[in-house]
Design a protein around this ligand. Structure first.
Ligand code: FAD
Length: 486
């Protein structure tokens, strides 16, 4: 007797292994895998330009992986509900399985989809494929969501070790005749002209690329992660973020791989603990986004809605192009533009520069990151920007202002990172690399640097900018302070 049929709706879970929706469907059904491109109903979670490029490559890989198991990935355009209903009618499917997402518009859309499918008498089953802990599973003793990371992560870990990742289903079967699929190119995800292919020098989208990246990290960066993670000039981080965002690697797989490396003594335990706690920040970001969905646009601390932000398109443009005159900031912004990625330490420095040195709203920076990051993730990006701006959960206080010169001295001590992305300064001696405006004219001359011509003067003086930011913060505090919400 043939098995009943189910749709497996792939979203940001573009993998076969440790995919709970796929495994659940495969247990008793013939599987019809489907991906629906529907940016118009995804609101703030609709992918930016760099993410669309990744999505295209990842869908191509998933198509091939499913084909090797005898299945076809059916591509359809949204709206999602209409596309699913049509496919149900075409295939006779009795059930739809998917893994949950947590972005506000997607939660609302998925709720509508589940209701509608259930009303039609279909099984509509959602699973957790994206997080170690569901946002509603952990709460404070007062029954509230957490707003401070350490107790949040302690509470998560107190629930027990997350389940081990499951292998890909050992048995997968599909229908004999397949419904029509759009060609992948119909989604128009790849940019013209092609500015994104160079990103593939560093990244390999898809499940195999994710696992290869994880293995490389386990054998390299993880061994010195606790210290190396702050050094943009070294290979100290995993660069797993786009793979995790698109679900090519499950957080359970990353968590357990690091944990086992620590327990087996392959790496010193503090390195594994630090790495898994960074996965904890990812969990925290999703917890916050789920419980405080308005924070995508509004500060979690409502006092900051009155912050006297500036408007300065010229300064914003200089920041976006990596022409602020601060070499570490410029290196970071150019790394982003050239590679689709930016090291976390440098993300903090460039974000701080935008909101504190230039007094530009964090939302403008978040929007630029959204379009240019391969790992653009609504939860992590919102948390990151609000953390830097001092208005989010467990945020760095606004009055702590990064000095981009000292950050370079500390975290790029030989200047390898700056030299790579700001080559016009490469010949400067280490001592002046992060502060070219302080170098003697003959030093600049012999390095071939002409400030104002080959490299910009600083957009703003650090000491002046610091005082101005502190004054703006003092103004905010003196004008009827209101307590943080949670
Ligand atoms: P690793 O250090 O190897 O960490 C492993 C994984 O842990 C990461 O892949 C990521 O999933 C998670 N993680 C690490 N640090 C954080 C963090 N601070 N917050 C949340 N999760 C974390 N991360 C994104 O994935 N997407 C974004 O859009 C994003 N925007 C950011 C914006 C700003 C202003 C800041 C300061 C940080 C942002 N981050 C974002 C967090 C962090 O910078 C990246 O996750 C990290 O740099 C990715 O590199 P990695 O994979 O090598 O990290």
């Amino acid at each position: 007797m043939s098995r009943p049929r189910a749709l497996v709706w792939f979203r940001t879970d573009l993998r076969l292994s440790d995919n709970p929706a796929l495994s659940a469907a495969a247990r008793a059904h013939e599987v019809v895998p489907v991906f629906i491109y529907s940016p118009e109903e995804e609101g703030d979670a609709a992918p930016g330009a760099a993410s669309r490029f990744w999505l295209h490559a990842s869908l191509a890989k998933l198509t091939a992986a499913l084909a090797s198991r005898g299945l076809r990935l059916i591509l359809r355009a949204g709206p999602a509900l209409a596309a699913l209903e049509r496919l149900v009618a075409e295939t006779g499917a009795q059930a739809v399985f998917w893994n949950r997402r947590y972005e506000p518009e997607i939660v609302a859309r998925d709720t509508r989809v589940k209701d509608a499918l259930t009303r039609r008498g279909l099984t509509a089953e959602s699973h957790n494929g994206a997080l170690l802990f569901e946002p509603w599973e952990v709460q404070t003793s007062a029954g509230k969501p957490y707003a401070v990371f350490s107790p949040f992560w302690r509470a998560c870990l107190a629930k027990g070790v997350p389940p081990l990742p499951a292998p890909a289903p050992s048995f997968l079967s599909g229908p004999e005749t397949w419904p029509q699929s759009l060609p992948l190119d119909a989604f128009g995800l790849q940019p013209t002209p092609d500015w994104a292919s160079p990103f593939l020098r560093m990244f390999e989208p898809g499940e195999d690329g994710a696992h290869a990246r994880l293995q490389r990290f386990l054998q390299g960066g993880l061994g010195h992660y606790a210290e190396g993670r702050d050094r943009p000039d070294l290979e100290g981080v995993s660069r797993l973020s786009p793979h995790l965002h698109f679900g090519e690697l499950s957080p359970r797989a990353a968590f357990h791989a690091a944990r086992q490396a620590g327990e087996a003594g392959a790496v010193a335990a503090p390195n594994a603990v630090k790495f898994t706690s960074e996965l904890g920040w990812r969990e925290f970001a999703h917890h916050l986004l789920f419980h405080f969905p308005a924070t995508v646009h509004e500060p979690l601390n409502p006092a900051f809605t009155r912050f006297p932000w500036a408007e300065d398109e010229r300064a914003l443009g200089a920041w976006q192009k990596g022409k602020t005159g601060y070499p570490l900031v410029d290196a970071g912004m150019r790394e982003l533009w050239q590679t689709g990625f930016m090291h976390n330490r440098v993300r903090m420095v460039v974000a701080s520069f935008l909101v504190k040195h230039l007094l530009l709203p964090w939302q403008r920076g978040a929007a630029w990151f959204w379009d240019t990051l391969l790992d653009a993730d609504l939860a992590n990006n919102t948390l990151g920007w609000q953390w830097v701006a001092g208005c989010g959960a467990d945020a760095a206080p606004f009055f702590r202002i990064f000095n981009p010169v000292m950050q370079a001295d500390k975290f790029d001590p030989r200047g390898a990172y700056i030299r790579r992305f700001v080559p016009e300064l490469a010949k400067l001696p280490d001592k002046w690399l992060a502060r070219p405006w302080q170098a003697e004219p003959h030093v600049l001359r012999s390095a071939g640097v002409t400030l104002g011509t080959s490299y910009p003067h600083p957009l703003v003086d650090h000491a002046f900018a610091r005082e101005r930011a502190l004054a703006a913060f003092a103004e905010l505090k003196s004008s009827a302070p209101s307590p943080a919400r949670p």
